[in-house]
Design a binder for this molecule. Structure first.
Ligand SMILES: Cc1ncc(COP(=O)(O)O)c(C=O)c1O
Length: 434
């Protein structure tokens, strides 16, 4: 739709305030025409205004519980008061810093990450985004092994630029002629046999996978899967890269998702929540072999904004909060409370056919091929913001925050129940799955 036509369409929408129409129209003109049209067309014209804790306010004034958390960016809530204070105080004496030199803030956070990650990880490289962090992980594995090939999951997402964009499902990379089909291979999730075949030739630098694939709606790995992949990697000289951008920082009940599955990766990637939702920062934590290049190439990777000192201050506090035993215990308890509420709703609402869950990492399976879009909209109308899984539109990502309190947990369950009341299962879809 062209700009003037879309503007006219917005003007006909009585449900939108003039301010919201203005923002949507401006974003359509100069920012994201297709995306804005999609949300407006789907009946979810969300423009986030005020935000605090696990609540956001739509520009129209309606309050929503945030159960998307932008992939875990707001794991600790929006504008966590202590993190806001940390950042504000840091502004009194810090700025981004100069990435060419040693820095106290970066070194302290690097050490904290090395200490708090499992196994023998010993170096940290900072980046601004998770995409870049995955890119560095791939480059490190290639350099360490002298091999180019990377195996990922068909259901994997690791970012939309560079090498990370070509890994996992590469539909978007292909659309921009940025795929590398010879070098990036995918296998189905949960299939150890396919993984073994992919690694058998001994030419694979890295297996790069999310501990629980988010964009696929968090399918739970069978207990033997991740340890099985790790042992295949060891057998074939391949490095195991755990993308913990969504599953790290306490969301599974342990600090890192891989710990829940008893796996010690060669490289661990973290991002999103590390920022406290306040200052962009992501990191790759590398083992001795993967990080050998850091002893050889002083400038093997440079990033002006990677490890910005302001971000390091915030991230250091985020890491302390997320790894605190009481925080992790709270997360486990709230996850149990949420899970039993979901189970109860599941028994009464046939549209909700199942719940996938590891700690606070949750996917709601609906009984309709595009049920998660319907549920996303119904939830929006009932005061909850939660997003469908992009690679499986029957599953809704359901992300309770790590610090969620019991009352808000129960409130979210009530709103979910009300949203489900108006939704009908698709018998053909159900029959097809049987
Ligand atoms: C699992 C995973 N890895 C990597 C990324 C890319 O992170 P960023 O958007 O910070 O580049 C994302 C973003 O959604 C993600 O979900």
């Amino acid at each position: 739709m062209e700009g003037p036509e879309f503007r006219k369409h917005l003007e006909e929408r009585a449900d939108l305030s003039p301010r919201k129409r203005e923002v949507l129209s401006l974003a359509h003109e100069t920012l994201l025409p297709a995306r804005v049209e999609t949300w407006v067309g789907a009946g979810i014209p969300l423009v986030i205004g005020r935000r605090e804790g696990y609540r956001i306010t739509d520009l129209d004034g309606r309050e929503l519980l945030d159960f998307h958390l932008n992939g875990g960016t707001y794991n600790l809530g929006h504008r966590h008061p202590e993190l806001v204070r940390t950042l504000t105080e840091a502004l009194a004496d810090l700025d981004i810093g100069n990435h060419h030199f040693a820095s106290e803030e970066r070194a302290l956070l690097a050490r904290a990450l090395v200490e708090k990650t499992p196994g023998e990880l010993r170096y940290t490289v900072f980046t601004a985004s998770g995409t870049e962090a995955n890119d560095v992980a791939i480059r490190s594995a290639r350099r360490a092994t002298g091999r180019r090939k990377v195996v990922g999951l068909e259901s994997g997402f690791h970012g939309s630029a560079g090498l990370a964009g070509a890994a996992g499902r590469d539909r978007t990379a292909r659309a921009f002629l940025s795929d590398y089909p010879e070098e990036f291979v995918t296998v189905p999730f949960g299939d150890l046999h396919a993984m073994e075949e992919a690694l058998a030739a001994g030419d694979v630098a890295a297996v790069l996978m999310e501990t629980i694939p988010a964009t696929q709606g968090f399918p739970v790995p069978p207990p033997a899967y991740l340890p099985g992949v790790l042992s295949l990697c060891r057998e074939h000289g391949t490095l195991f890269v755990a993308d913990e951008v969504q599953t790290g920082l306490g969301r599974t009940g342990q600090l890192w998702g891989v710990e829940t599955f008893g796996v010690e990766p060669d490289i661990l990637v973290t991002g999103k929540g590390l920022s406290g939702g306040l200052y962009p920062i992501s990191a790759v934590v590398l083992g001795t072999r993967a990080g050998a290049w850091l002893r050889e190439e002083g400038w093997g990777f440079v990033s002006t904004f990677g490890g910005a000192e302001l971000g390091c201050r915030v991230a250091s506090r985020v890491l302390e909060i997320c790894s605190d035993a009481a925080t992790l215990e709270h997360g486990r308890q709230i996850a149990e409370r949420m899970a039993s509420g979901l189970e109860e709703i599941c028994g009464r609402r046939p549209f909700l056919r199942g719940v996938r869950r590891v700690g606070l990492v949750m996917g709601l399976e609906t009984a309709h091929p595009t049920g998660a879009i319907q549920l996303c909209r119904a939830l929006y109308e009932h005061g909850v913001w939660a997003i469908f899984a992009g690679f499986d539109l029957s599953v809704l990502q359901w992300k309770p925050g790590l610090l969620l309190d019991e009352a808000t947990c129960d409130e979210a369950l009530e709103r979910l129940d009300a949203a489900l009341a108006g939704l009908e299962p698709d018998p053909a879809f159900e029959a097809g799955r049987a």
